[in-house]
Design a protein around this ligand. Sequence first.
Ligand code: MLT
Length: 318
Amino acid sequence: MAKPVEADVVLSCNEHLPTVDVWLVIDVLRATTVIVRWFELGGRELYPTDTPDAARRLAHDLEQEGRNPLLMGEVNAITPQGFDLGNSPLDLTKELAAARECAVMATTNGTKALLRAAETGVPVFAACIRNASSALGCALSRGSRIGLLCSGRKGRPSWDDTLCAGLLLSLLQRRHPGLRLADSARLALLTWQSSRNDLQASLAGADHAVFLDRVGYRADIAFACIPDAVEAVPELHEVPHGDGMRAVLRRVPPDAMGPRLGTALPLPEPAPVGPPRTERAQTAQNRFASLLQYVKSDADHLFLGGNRHKKSGRARLR
Ligand code: MLT
């Protein structure tokens, strides 16, 4: 029998990491959005590093090996000295992705979160709002205990990453209505529910979005909040480098993408529980019409708050 699907959310990168089968690492503003963009544009490999110095050293080593890496990233949204690019997804182009064999990246939170997840030894994928359904499909193909690691900001939860975690959970709930959610997962789901009708406005209110707007990156926020704009899902691998091993992201090939989950596009508000009395007196004909409508609108995929209806299930992920 298939194992029940469970989900846990880590709201910021320095928290305790539970045991899971697979991690989806999230940094909507902007690291994982940029990483996904790199692969969407045809980029081949991307090496995440934890500091600008580590990125410079690695880029130097790769150059010595005859490769021509694109060095990109940020510290407080500013392009570090000697880097080719900052951390705006809008600065990446197809031409750049084709011209450079690989990219090396260092950001304040996102690349660190990826490396932290990598230390747990389970599969790790980069997720954001733009690749939500595909990323979740990949995770489901690797295990039943799904961990969502939000990079957060300055060691604390961030609205943007929590919202994206909630979006992923809502997709997971469509597929597994009895899904058992940890408390942090329920918080993420509530964040998503309160945001889905105006995603852009909600995202724009996040601390980091306000900061990015002030320093001239408003367009990045609009870019980051389009659900399922892309199918590209980057997966972390370990490759030998010098005397040790190094993490590198590569795009998951089409035959390893896992189940397709439909679209994450914002859904209409679920109908209030219990229709008004007058609407209950339906004729057989209009009952049939609403059933058809139900099937057409894929209403079984609406968020139903599954765990409240489930009597059993494990308390939370170990
Ligand atoms: C991060 O890793 O903290 C971010 O991606 C920051 C940013 O791009 O502004």
